[in-house]
Design a protein around this ligand. Structure first.
Ligand code: F6R
Length: 612
């Protein structure tokens, strides 16, 4: 969602801000803007892409060593030039950029209007900058203090950066419920919603905590206070992010690069966590809370979107191997439906970004009821990884394509390891099966590499289906979540309607949709209900549907029935979701490219959904 970048130092800010905004494009946005302090305060903003902003600012005064930049994903008010950030105070002395939602903006606006404030936009953000102006004027406070006092009146989530033309050597940042990171360079500071715009300038960062206000003043140290006005010591960390990970590295799209990175991201997510010979599996990050998991009466997994699909695979794994009951909940439903949670429950939150608002809120609810909370996140230092009692990172590296690919398979990898560890501890898995699974797990990265060789075949198949209007995806058992994930990938990047279904459920409704126009992707791998899936394929064929089958290499039965066959290497049934997902990712990718869609930044979508 919205992106923030700010710079104060000894260089011209404009090129740094523009480059930073480009790095933030992956988060999804519909308008962009910047503000620079020089002799005055210049604001340039418009609907559209960062390139539109550059065109708009071209030939105008973009000088200045202090500036803020924003990419906006509309929440309050349609995407247009006026609603784009930065917003200015009524006296035009202040400029603000904001991520999040000010929930009480309406009552604040009414109050401010009574005091003579006039608003130009429909946004909640403009209300906040007027409020800061109001505090500044009435109480004659310096900017940092005015921001702090204004924020005490705000309900909601925010990450903000504020400039003041009357105090041109300072940027004030603050956050609550929306991430914000400070970069410390030599004689310069950066402020951003994530580290991607900062990494090429400095590795020294401070992740702000909720209700902290940071003052970045030229020639001084970083100063942090909390909303209660107490001074805090900044905790400076080293950034674990490399620039190459943020570039396409010769691929046409980030999504394709990330699909092809999976042998490595899966291997990285396993590295050091198990040993085939000794039969040892361990997830260091959860060791202190492992006993809670081992003796849990119930595990609840909360997540959204693709991470929810990984959670569903997790349910199958943990119940099958460790014999602990698992419930998988959409975080957005869980948080509002008054769920029964108690101290014996363990709640696992799965999130690539570690910032998804609903998942974070679901966790906080679980925590407040006394449950133990565990995170499976990809972004180190993210909000979810910090609020959970313990966690295991997926080591997928930065995922820039909006459609999640390598993060999904890394999440499933960690869940496999977790299920195996719990199963071993609880004695619910026979030793021989345990060792067999570890041996199969070790082979997975190589098998993913093999599976990626299907790319040209998948591209060829994609050509025949790029213009269809609907797709159905079917799978049973472990492959049911794979069907859901395959359908989600296709719809989000190609805008073709697609549904994932448990194969046997087809008879209870979706079969009515099948005719010669309807492609049906069936995951028909050899282990687990194979014959039953074959029957489902026959049911589709009898109604002239087109079958694209994902089968185990060497399969003949499904291959004879299907219109197209994509073979994947043989592995344990519980590990198939990782291999079977790869051709489905490729299918959605190639179809989207052939339809001319913006694969890495699909319309309306944001990479990190920080509002509910
Ligand atoms: C789909 C996709 C989304 C995310 C969802 C949760 O490709 O990426 O469905 O999975 O928004 O995001 P995280 O995992 O960051 O919590």
């Amino acid at each position: 969602m919205c992106g923030i970048v700010a710079y104060i130092g000894n260089k011209e800010a404009y090129p740094i801000l523009i480059k930073g905004l480009r790095r933030l494009e992956y988060r999804g946005y519909d308008s962009a803007g910047i503000s620079l302090v020089n002799a005055g305060l210049n604001v340039y903003k418009c609907k559209g892409k960062v390139s539109d902003l550059e065109a708009f600012a071209s030939g105008k005064d973009v000088s200045g060593v202090v500036g803020i930049g924003h990419t906006r994903w509309a929440t309050h008010g349609e995407p247009n030039d006026v609603n784009a950030h930065p917003h200015q105070s009524g006296n035009e002395h202040l400029a603000i950029i904001h991520n999040g939602i000010i929930e009480n903006y309406d009552s604040l606006k009414t109050e401010l209007k009574k005091r003579g404030h006039v608003f130009k936009s429909d946004t909640d953000t403009e209300v906040l900058v007027h409020l800061i102006e109001d505090v500044q004027a009435n109480e004659d406070l310096p900017l940092a203090e005015a921001v702090r006092v204004a924020l005490t009146q705000v309900v909601g989530a925010y990450a903000i950066a504020v400039l003041d033309r009357n105090d041109p050597n300072v940027i004030i940042g603050a956050k609550k419920g929306s991430p914000m990171v400070v970069g410390i360079g030599k004689g310069e500071f950066f402020l951003a919603s994530d580290a991607t715009p900062i990494v090429e300038y400095t590795k020294e960062v401070v992740y702000l905590e909720d209700e902290q206000i940071v003052e970045l003043r030229l020639g001084q140290e970083v100063r942090i206070k909390n909303i209660e006005n107490e001074t805090l010591t900044p905790y400076i960390q080293e950034l674990e992010l490399h620039l190459e990970a943020l570039e396409k590295g010769g691929y046409d799209h980030f999504m394709l690069k990330e699909i092809f990175e999976q042998p490595k991201s899966i291997a990285d997510s396993m590295r050091g966590r198990f040993h085939v010979e000794s039969g040892d599996v361990s997830l260091g990050g959860i060791i202190d809370y492992e006993q809670k998991l081992v003796s849990a009466k119930r595990i609840i997994i909360v997540a959204c979107g693709t991470s929810w699909h990984a959670g569903l695979v997790g349910e199958y794994l943990i119940e099958d191997l460790a014999r602990i009951p698992v419930e998988v909940e959409y975080a957005s439903e869980f948080r509002y439906r008054n769920p029964i949670i108690n101290e014996e429950d363990v709640v696992i939150a799965i999130s690539q970004s570690g910032e998804t608002a609903d998942t974070l809120a679901a966790l906080e609810l679980a925590k407040s009821k006394g449950a133990t909370t565990i995170g499976i996140c990809n972004v180190v230092g993210s909000s979810i990884s910090r609020v959970t009692d313990a966690g295991s990172y997926t080591h997928a590296g930065p995922e820039i394509g909006v459609a999640s690919t390598k993060a999904f398979t890394a999440q499933v990898t960690v869940l496999i390891l977790m299920a195996l560890r719990l199963a071993h501890k609880r004695g619910s898995i026979p030793e021989s099966r345990f060792h067999q699974m570890l041996a199969s797990l070790e082979k997975l990265p190589k098998q993913v590499e093999e599976t990626l060789k299907t790319a040209s075949l998948v591209e060829h198949i994609s050509k025949q289906y790029k213009d269809v209007r609907n797709f159905l995806y079917l799978g049973r058992g472990y492959n049911f979540p794979v069907a859901l994930e395959g359908a989600l990938k296709l719809k989000e990047i190609s805008y073709i309607h697609a549904e994932g279904y448990p194969a046997a459920e087809m008879k209870h409704g979706p079969i009515a949709l099948i005719d010669e126009e309807m492609p049906v992707v069936v995951i028909a791998t050899s282990k687990g209900n194979y014959e039953k899936v074959i029957s489902n394929i026959q049911e589709v064929k009898a109604r002239k549907g087109k079958i694209i089958a994902i089968v185990t290499e060497g399969d003949v039965t499904a291959a004879e029935l299907a219109d197209h066959v994509i073979e994947i290497p043989d592995t344990e049934e519980a590990l198939v979701p990782i291999l079977a997902s790869v051709p489905l990712q490729l299918l959605s990718y190639y179809i989207a490219v052939m339809r001319g869609c913006n694969v890495d930044q699909p319309r309306n979508l944001a990479k990190s959904v920080t509002v509910e």
